[in-house]
Design a protein around this ligand. Structure first.
Ligand code: IPD
Length: 258
C-alpha cells in the first residue's frame, strides 16, 4: 500500500501548485485555443499541464504521461494520467467548480489518485489498498440505499450524441430521486460521492483522464465504479458510479452507447 506514497506526495504537490496557478488566473481574460459546440480548449489547459509535468519530472524524470493536453510515451515506465483542468467550461465562465486530477498507472493498474479543488482548498487522495482522504481525513460514501433519498449527477458529455443521451437519462432518473445535479466536472463529482455528499453519477462518454484518479478515490471510500470502454485502448467510455448501496444499475436501466 505505501509503495507509492512518495509518488502520491509528488502528485499532491504538483496538483496544489497547479491549483495556485489556476486560482491566480480565475475570472481573468483567458486566451481560447479552440471553441467547440460543447467544449472549450484554453491556452491555460496546456500551460497547467506543462506546470504539472515540470513538477512531477523533478522526482520522476522517466515516467510516461497521458494527459488531456498531450502524452509522452515511455515503454515499461509508470504513467501519470493528468487532467490539468477538469471542468474547463466552468472555469472559463467563472464558475468555481473545477479541479486538477492526477493518477499514476503501473502495469495497467491505477495505484494512486489525487484530485485537488483549488477554490475549496480540498485535496482528495487515495493509494490502492489504502484509505480515501480529503485534506488528510478519511472519507466514506453515504449509506443512502433508496433512490428516492438520492442526489444523482447526470453528466452532459461533450461528444456527439452523448449530450442527448444525458438528457434522456436525466428524464429517466430524475423521476426516481430527490434531486439531479450536473456539476460539469467528472472528477470532483466522483470525489463528492466518495465523501458521502451525493450518491451517484452517470455519464455516457468520458475520458480516462477525467476519472482515473477519482475512480480509485471512490472505490477506496467504499463506492462502486463501473466503466464500459468504447475504444480499444479503454481511454474513453461510459460510467456508472455510486455509493455501493443504491440499486443504481437497475434504476438506470438504459442502454449505454458510444
Ligand atoms: C469534462 C468534465 C465534464 C464531463 C465531460 C468532460 P474537461 O472534462 O469532466 O463534467 O461531462 O465529459 O469532458 O473537458 O473539463 O476536462
Amino acid at each position: 500500500m505505501s509503495d507509492f506514497a512518495p509518488q502520491l506526495h509528488a502528485a499532491m504537490r504538483a496538483a496544489r501548485r497547479a491549483g495556485e496557478f489556476l486560482r491566480a488566473h480565475f475570472r481573468t481574460p483567458l486566451p481560447v485555443d479552440e471553441m467547440l459546440a460543447h467544449d472549450i480548449k484554453l491556452r491555460l489547459d496546456k500551460e497547467t499541464q506543462q506546470l504539472i509535468e515540470h513538477e512531477l519530472r523533478r522526482d520522476y524524470p522517466n515516467y510516461a504521461v497521458l494527459g488531456e493536453e498531450g502524452r509522452r510515451v515511455a515503454e515499461n515506465q509508470p504513467e501519470w494520467i493528468i487532467d490539468p483542468i477538469d471542468g474547463t467550461v466552468n472555469y472559463f465562465y467563472g464558475i468555481p467548480l473545477f479541479c486538477v486530477s492526477i493518477a499514476l498507472r503501473v502495469q495497467g493498474k491505477v495505484v494512486l489518485g489525487c484530485v485537488y479543488d483549488p477554490m475549496q482548498d480540498e485535496c482528495f487522495c487515495a493509494l490502492a489498498g489504502g484509505l480515501a482522504t480529503c485534506n488528510g481525513r478519511e472519507i466514506r460514501v453515504s449509506p443512502r440505499s433508496q433512490m428516492r433519498d438520492a442526489v444523482v449527477f447526470v453528466g452532459h458529455g461533450t461528444h456527439d450524441g452523448s449530450g442527448a443521451a444525458g438528457i434522456e437519462r436525466f428524464a429517466h432518473i430524475s423521476a426516481q430521486v430527490r434531486k439531479i445535479r450536473i456539476l460539469g466536472t467528472a472528477a470532483l463529482t466522483l470525489c463528492y460521492i466518495a465523501a458521502g455528499r451525493f450518491d451517484a453519477y452517470i455519464e455516457n462518454r468520458i475520458n480516462l483522464w477525467d476519472f482515473a484518479a477519482a475512480a480509485l478515490i471512490l472505490e477506496r471510500a467504499g463506492g462502486q465504479f463501473l466503466f464500459t470502454p468504447t475504444d480499444a485502448q479503454a481511454e474513453k467510455g461510459s460510467v456508472l458510479a455510486w455509493n455501493g448501496a443504491l440499486p443504481l444499475p437497475q434504476a438506470a436501466n438504459l442502454p449505454f452507447e458510444p
